[in-house]
Design a protein around this ligand. Structure first.
Ligand code: MN
Length: 242
């Protein structure tokens, strides 16, 4: 029986942080026991290009590369904060990028995995930004700006997004149930795992064909750094801990 780990929304900052130490402890400890690890987006709070990110996160990049070299299969989906993580990161770490969503097999059951932001369709403004920011030409132009300009733009976007969040009703920033139902139906599955919403838990979804489940991964905070473990014992939330 395989051990599969899922984690997302660590939001590691570019500056030294206890969260970064926890992640390194995770990579050197529990991650070594796993066969497969899925990172479902927003590992990094900000990523303005591989040229900058690989320097800022050099210890994490080295630890991911060491883990991949030890034989653990690492997969990565982009989040809304680190959607610019690019080919140099993947080449250097040995982590494999996955499209969002992706259908995987987990203990002989098909499961849909995603960062989750694509299902927050009630937030029209965000979805417009999402479509724009994922366009190749927009990213191509952004990456040609000097580092200081990119940092300023990324900082402004984060500031605008935080300000907008304060004025938006809570429900708008959650996933839309209809969007979840159609994604599950289209993929022909009864289970989905995603992050992004910072509302960890297991949510029941009624499909015309019967009950389904949506599992939301825990985001990392100063007091909790948890991940999901699926092994012979079933599915459990585990803690990296002090
Ligand atoms: Mn997110």
């Amino acid at each position: 029986m395989q051990t599969t780990l899922f984690l997302s929304d660590l939001h590691l900052p570019a500056t030294p942080s206890p969260l970064r130490s926890s992640f390194l402890r995770f990579l050197q400890g529990p991650a070594r026991e796993a066969n497969v690890i899925y990172i479902l987006g927003d590992l990094f709070e900000s990523w303005i290009g591989d040229d900058v990110g690989l320097q800022q996160f050099a210890p994490e990049v080295a630890a991911l590369a060491a883990l991949a070299a030890s034989g653990v299969h690492l997969y990565y989906q982009h989040g809304n904060r680190d959607f610019m993580v690019g080919s140099d990161f993947f080449a250097l770490t040995g982590v494999a990028p996955l499209p969002d969503p992706t259908l995987i097999e987990l203990q002989s059951e098909p499961v849909l995995i995603s960062h989750g932001d694509r299902y927050c369709v009630d937030d029209r403004g965000y979805q417009r930004w999402r479509r724009f920011s994922r366009m190749r030409w927009a990213q191509w132009l952004f990456l040609r700006l000097p580092r200081a300009r990119r940092e300023k733009i990324a900082g402004n976007i984060r500031g605008d997004s935080d300000a907008a969040k304060r004025n938006k009703p809570e429900s708008i920033m959650d996933v839309n149930t209809g969007a979840i139902r159609s994604a599950l139906t289209r993929a022909g599955v009864r289970r989905m795992i995603h992050g992004h919403t910072h509302r960890p838990g297991t949510y029941e979804v009624d499909l015309p064909t019967g009950p389904a489940q949506r599992i939301v991964l825990p985001d990392w905070r100063s007091d909790t750094q948890d991940y999901l473990c699926v092994d012979a014992q079933g599915m459990q939330q585990r803690s990296v801990g002090g």
